[in-house]
Design a protein around this ligand. Structure first.
Ligand code: GLN
Length: 341
């Protein structure tokens, strides 16, 4: 009987302890931690002047370089923010993620794997040429050739239907109706000979799945969608929540699609600096030349920072620093592991 009591007690204590540690783990990041981390990063980098607005799209040079907004949206829909959430910038390359997610949803990961590719360079691991000719040779849905190919694969009977599909997808991820920044769209559409060349070259290799001129135009429009940090963070949080928007409750893509999308983000989300990004932050991310960066902590939260001045590879200087600090402060690097006893 006594023995029985002892073991019962042990079971009870063990389950209590387990329940407690599960609760503690679930509450590892507290509400106050999120807001504190966001505020700290905002204050720390508010006056930093490094970097330069993109100017190869002429209209981007005119954007106020002091715009600086940070937002975290958790997988259960809580929002923490600091700084400028009123001014919007064009989403640019961050849109590649959401068009890709829709293509995976519509056609499955194998089609994307076969028709575009998901390698960072598209070259063998020991290729010397890839080192020298990295730029432009990457076939991955998050760099321009792969992204224009993904746009060309989106379903829709004609150009207008494809655009509607892309716009609706972005709206669903953001949980609001987004608008095209017309000056940015027109400025880039008149000047994007390089992207048009990419689309035609892909066509020549049978790797373009719609008219190259129209596909480039739709792609340019998707890149000109206007967003603020909170809208971007909601888009990231939808991925963090397995494809279901935590604010609106709408399922935008499946958990399976989300898994593949996040994996591609980890390979090339910050272009040539994707390795450095993963090394420091550990989370799949995506940058755009409009000055935004998103990162996704699967099952936990999406984070976004908007600040237009970029470094030489086209990633926002402040956004990288702010996200890096916040992830460290929240202890959210997924590869930081406490060894078991
Ligand atoms: N629209 C831009 C382009 O195609 C997007 C680039 C970017 O954000 N890195 O050049």
């Amino acid at each position: 009987m006594t023995k029985m009591n002892h073991s019962t007690l042990r079971v009870v204590l063990t389950s209590l302890f387990l329940a407690l540690s599960i609760t503690l783990h679930a509450q590892k990041i507290k509400k106050s931690d999120y807001q504190q981390a966001v505020d700290n990063a905002y204050e720390k980098y508010k006056t930093l002047k490094e970097g330069k607005n993109a100017d190869y799209i002429k209209e981007l040079a005119n954007v106020d370089p002091d715009i600086y907004g940070i937002a975290i949206v958790t997988a259960d829909g809580k929002v923490y923010s600091a700084g400028d959430l009123d001014t919007r910038v064009s989403i640019q390359s961050i849109s590649k993620v959401f068009t890709l997610a829709k293509v995976i949803e519509e056609q499955g990961p194998k089609e994307v794997f076969d028709k575009i590719g998901v390698d960072a360079t598209g070259m063998p691991f020991n290729s010397i040429i890839a080192i020298e000719m990295n730029e432009g040779k990457e076939i991955n849905p998050l760099v321009n050739p792969g992204a224009i190919a993904a746009t060309s694969m989106i379903s829709g009977v004609d150009s207008a239907a494809k655009w509607q599909n892309i716009l609706q997808t972005h709206n669903d991820f953001a949980g609001t109706e987004l608008n095209v920044n017309m000056p940015v769209y027109i400025s880039e559409a008149n000047d994007n000979l390089r992207n048009q060349a990419i689309a035609h070259l892909l066509k020549a290799y049978n790797r373009m799945y719609f008219d190259p001129v129209q596909a480039t135009d739709i792609y340019t429009k998707q890149c000109a969608l206007n967003v603020n940090a909170e809208e971007l963070a909601t888009m990231a949080a939808t991925l963090a929540n397995g494809g279901k928007n935590p604010i609106t409750g709408k399922t935008v893509v499946s958990p399976r699609t989300t898994t593949f999308t996040l994996s591609v983000m980890a390979t090339a989300g910050l272009y040539d600096d994707s390795g450095q990004w993963l090394f420091g932050v550990g989370l799949p991310g995506k940058s755009g030349v409009g000055g935004g960066i998103i990162a996704v902590s699967p099952g936990e939260f999406g984070i976004a920072v908007v600040s237009p001045p970029l470094n030489e590879v086209g990633n926002s200087v402040k956004a990288q620093l702010a996200i890096y600090d916040i992830i460290r402060e929240l202890d959210a690097h997924p590869y930081r592991i406490d060894p078991k006893n």
